[in-house]
Design a protein around this ligand. Structure first.
Ligand SMILES: *Cc1c(COP(=O)(O)O)cnc(C)c1O
Length: 346
């Protein structure tokens, strides 16, 4: 019996890639850091190459090396967002990676092709405009880029402010292609597209505005089997900490999924699953490797039946919101324990 299953739909990934690229109207360079937001960076990278992606962004050196390993001789540009960290130069060169320069120290530490990352308001990584101005004579600037802090909120005033600052920044490097927008930014309008967009979360099924979006297809579906169905009499509690008390007699299904499959402890008290055509509430805490759900009056609830925890009927953004987190965190924590199955060609 399959107990917990994670299905990754690579055809849906391909559809999302086309949607995002067409929306932007420019080259789309997938961000496939954190193991491709949990769905498998190598499978995603190969499929996205087949769909026409020629540049990719990863966070860590090791992620870039692994992606180069599967892309092999293909002429892909792989940007490493951490940049040339101390001691990484040889490995960057060996794997033919293009680091993103985030500081003047990094600019000194690397003399090959590089992206220049300018901070326009996020205050995470990147050069100030004044610092960037000292690098205008640099050859081999492959990309000038910045990252939006509030792109998921289209009305946020940070977006226009960062756009204005980025226009100034890119004017310093008129010969280099420019990139500002991630998933959210792609839907802020063509002003934000420049020469390249860098979608991440919406490739993998998360809405660009932190809520489900009809334009984005589900990529990851997490299901778990029912291990047992039991009656819990009114007044009894369920699960760790006795956090839920049955308000009446309930039929309860115990599912074979828990923290190690990527279901957060914080799913109580708002969490839900989808089964037999309806949403069913989680009862009590996710208790290590198991979840209790309310199947009162549902005859289909039998041991072995599969229940959807994240998927087309329970979008990752909703599951995340119920657990007090984001689709980013939920997806990147999909664990290797759930049995993985890929649908569609790699
Ligand atoms: C993660 C990241 C992206 C992708 O962002 P999403 O919001 O997931 O689309 C793009 N650019 C940079 C610099 C990033 O760190």
């Amino acid at each position: 019996m399959t107990v917990a299953r994670l299905t990754i739909d690579l055809d849906a990934l391909a559809r999302n890639y086309a949607t995002l690229r067409d929306q932007a109207g420019v080259q789309a360079a997938p961000a496939i850091k954190a193991d491709g937001y949990g769905v498998g960076a190598l499978e995603a990278g190969l499929r996205l190459w087949r769909e026409g992606a020629r540049s990719f962004h990863v966070a860590r050196l090791a992620e870039g090396e692994a992606l180069r390993g599967v892309l092999g001789d293909r002429d892909a540009t792989i940007y490493v967002l951490d940049g040339p960290t101390p001691g990484s130069q040889d490995r960057l060169r060996t794997a033919r990676l293009t680091p993103v320069i985030n500081s003047l120290d990094q600019a000194k530490a690397w003399d090959g092709p590089a992206a220049i990352h300018i901070d326009t308001g996020m205050n995470r990584l990147g050069l100030t405009l004044d610092e960037a101005a000292t690098l205008t004579g640099r050859p081999d600037v492959a990309l000038v880029m910045s990252h939006l802090a509030c792109a998921g909120q289209p009305d946020h005033p940070m977006n226009a402010l960062q756009l204005a600052r980025f226009r100034e920044a890119r004017a310093l490097f008129p010969a280099a292609p420019a990139s500002l927008a991630s998933s959210g930014g792609i839907f802020l309008g063509r002003d934000y597209a420049f020469d390249q967009v860098r979608p991440g979360i919406s490739l993998f099924g998360g809405g660009p505005h932190d809520r489900p979006d009809a334009r984005i297809a589900t990529v990851a579906t997490l299901e778990a089997a029912i291990l047992q169905v039991r009656t819990v009499p009114a007044g009894e509690t369920i699960g760790y900490g006795g956090a839920f008390t049955a308000e009446r007699d309930l039929r309860v299904a115990i599912l074979a999924a828990g923290y190690a499959d990527g279901v957060p402890w914080t799913s109580h008290p708002k969490g839900a699953v989808w089964f037999a055509g309806a949403r069913r509430r989680m009862l009590g805490r996710v208790s290590m490797d198991m979840i209790a759900v309310d199947v009162t009056g549902c005859d289909e609830a039998q041991p072995g039946a599969m229940v959807e925890i994240i998927g087309p009927n329970l979008p990752v953004d909703e599951a995340a919101r119920a657990a007090g987190t984001t689709a980013y965190e939920l997806l990147t924590r999909l664990s290797p324990r759930a049995e993985r199955r890929y649908v569609g060609a790699v």
